[in-house]
Write a protein that binds this ligand. Sequence first.
Ligand SMILES: CC(C)(COP(=O)(O)OP(=O)(O)OC[C@H]1O[C@@H](n2cnc3c(N)ncnc32)[C@H](O)[C@@H]1OP(=O)(O)O)[C@@H](O)C(=O)NCCC(=O)NCCS
Length: 182
Amino acid sequence: MTEARAVSFSQTTLTELMIPAYANFGGKIHGGILLSLMDKIAYVCAAKHAGGYCVTVSVDAVEFRAPVEVGELVSLHARVNYVGRSSMVVGIRVIAQHVETGVEKHTNTSYFTMVAKDSAGNPRQVPPLLLETMEDARRFLEAMKRKDMRAQYKGDFDNERSRMNAINELDLLKKERCVLGM
Ligand SMILES: CC(C)(COP(=O)(O)OP(=O)(O)OC[C@H]1O[C@@H](n2cnc3c(N)ncnc32)[C@H](O)[C@@H]1OP(=O)(O)O)[C@@H](O)C(=O)NCCC(=O)NCCS
């Protein structure tokens, strides 16, 4: 059995200045820039824990709670929350800081599932996670719950979709802001 690695072994922080080239047409930072940084730090954190190449498999809920401005410093804090056989859930907390005032805002927290791959491209077993604090244990347990709830939601939604017949449910569209043009 591979030796367990502590959360602190792979914990990673990345800080980047938000330059004008990252802005959208409204002058705020483009969401895709933040997603790209999140994917990058998720890779670094997972690759450190796994000791090798990893891929992004899924992202659990990205919600931008506040806009990020040009000139702000964005810091991403990532840590492995959960480890399966080949998969790892990396929790990422994103903080934007106004350089002059020092005021910080928490823009979002998301969970990236990464899978370690071997040289043939197959999922590869990663070291277990050493939980050194109660917080580490809480995060691991929460990730297990999110995983179970996602599987439950997927099952429920697949059932609902196979049961649903769009023609019989067109009435539901009457109270929505859409126009049937067929
Ligand atoms: C995800 C992928 C690795 C699954 O491969 P597979 O051969 O079906 O392997 P498995 O079913 O054993 O899954 C491997 C692990 O991924 C996890 N997994 C698979 N699909 C998942 C999903 N949608 N969400 C979360 N975890 C998932 C499994 O639970 C398993 O975890 P475990 O080893 O910790 O138990 C494979 O489909 C893949 O490589 N996808 C492309 C990923 C990629 O290229 N990302 C970059 C996009 S540019």
